[in-house]
Design a protein around this ligand. Structure first.
Ligand code: SF4
Length: 295
């Protein structure tokens, strides 16, 4: 029988962790202030007891020693101290001999709070991939959405993680600045991604699960939502400014109207051609209908 994991709902994971075993080592998000994010607003951030985490790992060890991928939840599990993460990684490796990747969500500040040596140790112990929602590289927009990070902090943190041998998956939020900040959001987001050269890049579209008025109250300043066409135009602008060596790009999250995939910059021309076709004739573009966006 599969051991029971007592998940504290809601539980989120990146799409690419669909086949990973998930251990919740923290609950909620330690920041929990981003204007656009309702993922963990129902939870008060806390660190799960280490003995409880270890019991769950042990229960799974009895069930299967074949586990290869583990995702540490919740929101920013990488906020845990170096010592705590280190002990969890040791426990995972001792329990699952075939384990080849442990990953987690992280904030730039979580990375910067650890020394180069600590990051290298975590990487050597199997922490191989961090998912970081940069959202934007625009320093005028970032404080308006209360991200608590800047172009520089994201850049510095992610380069630091990379030097330690940790791979990076970064997310940018299409439409985040509305009409007023669209252009600078696209250009500066491309700049920060270029500076980082992540292994993986994805874009999601800004959504309003609690309605537009709720978001507007949390956004610092004037916000006017982009139309579908303007969202796609902003994507074109963003991709046009990307200068990447070999980044796997995905714009296929449920929130996206237009599904785009490729390796950048190799497929940049093709992606821009597709966007241009859609902008010329949106009625034939096969855009994801509202009811399929699952938001
Ligand atoms: S840091 Fe991430 S999980 Fe936390 S509030 Fe911001 S977007 Fe949401």
């Amino acid at each position: 029988m599969i051991p029971y994991l007592s998940y504290d709902e809601p539980l989120f994971r990146p799409p690419s962790e669909a086949y990973s075993l998930i251990f919740q080592v923290t609950l909620g998000c330690s920041w929990n202030r981003c204007a656009f994010c309702e993922m963990y607003t129902s939870k008060k951030f806390s660190v799960k007891k280490e003995t409880d985490v270890f019991k769950e790992i042990e229960a799974f060890r009895e069930y299967s020693s074949d586990i290869r991928k583990v995702f540490l939840a919740d929101g920013n599990a990488f906020v845990l101290s170096f010592e705590r993460l280190s002990r969890i990684l040791d426990k995972l490796h001792e329990s699952f001999p075939k384990l080849n990747r442990v990953s987690a969500y992280a904030l730039p500040k979580d990375i910067l709070s650890k020394s180069d040596k600590e990051l290298k140790t975590l990487s050597d112990k199997g922490l191989k991939l961090l998912y970081v929602g940069i959202e934007s590289g625009d320093d005028e927009l970032l404080p308006r959405i209360h991200k608590g990070e800047t172009f520089e902090s994201s850049f510095e943190a992610l380069i630091k993680a990379r030097k330690a041998g940790i791979k990076l998956s970064v997310m940018i939020l299409n439409g985040l600045g509305g009409k007023k900040y669209s252009e600078q959001h696209a250009i500066n987001s491309a700049k920060v991604v270029n500076a980082i050269q992540p292994e993986y890049l994805s874009t999601l579209v800004l959504s309003f699960p609690y309605g537009m008025d709720h978001f507007k109250k949390r956004f610092e300043g004037e916000f006017k939502e982009l139309s579908k066409t303007e969202l796609i135009l902003e994507m074109g602008n963003f991709i046009n400014h990307l200068q990447l060596e070999s980044t796997i790009f995905r714009s296929d999250h449920a929130s996206n109207y237009l599904i785009l995939k490729g390796i950048l910059n190799r497929d940049k021309g093709e992606l821009l051609r597709r966007i241009s076709q859609v902008l010329q004739d949106p009625s034939h573009a096969n855009l994801r209908p509202e009811w399929m966006r699952g938001l």
